[in-house]
Design a protein around this ligand. Sequence first.
Ligand SMILES: Nc1ncnc2c1ncn2[C@@H]1O[C@H](COP(=O)(O)OP(=O)(O)O)[C@@H](O)[C@H]1O
Length: 195
Amino acid sequence: MNREKALEIVKEQLTEHRYQHTLGVVQTALELADRYEEDSQKAELAAIFHDYAKFRPKDEMKEIVRKQAMPESLLHYGGELLHAPVGAYLVEKEAGIDDRDILAAIAYHTTGRVGMGKLEKIIFLADYIEPGRKFPGVDEVRQLAREDLDTACLQALKNTVTFLMKQNQLVYPETINAYNSLLAQHKNKERNGGI
Ligand SMILES: Nc1ncnc2c1ncn2[C@@H]1O[C@H](COP(=O)(O)OP(=O)(O)O)[C@@H](O)[C@H]1O
């Protein structure tokens, strides 16, 4: 699918504000794809569709989680997590995108996961640092994203977990698992003189 068609489909699903955020994610994902030698067409499509299900009714999303045998635990973290895995499902079903890398990048863009592939990391990070994002710590992650993809994801995960804890919000365990996994990898690299 080309960029124009994809944007046309997504625009109908989003508010103007969320559409502008999406355009920021597209721009950032393309920059990261170029820097880290990822397929730019996949990065562009994953970025365009990443928030496809953001405004679907919660009840519809909960039903999809149950019927499609997605992790039941997703239902216990306040509803904001559902749009990512449900989005991946709907993007395949309604927009005909069947590339597994793109669908995984959409599915895990909010929580992250252990063993994220390069495209998943790029979309996770692009969603966090696109130019419209303004919150403490974002500039540090923007700088890290220019240096090393894993270190930048690690810092974004750390900020997210810290933020949620400060807000007294539940933290989805896979986000902590992803943080631990990247931190262990980082420490290993340090020990072996790689960083
Ligand atoms: N790992 C997580 N565990 C639990 N809740 C989360 C997690 N990540 C995000 N959230 C919740 O979901 C909300 C939306 O997250 P996200 O989709 O990344 O934000 P945005 O709407 O700014 O794109 C956050 O404000 C937070 O309440």
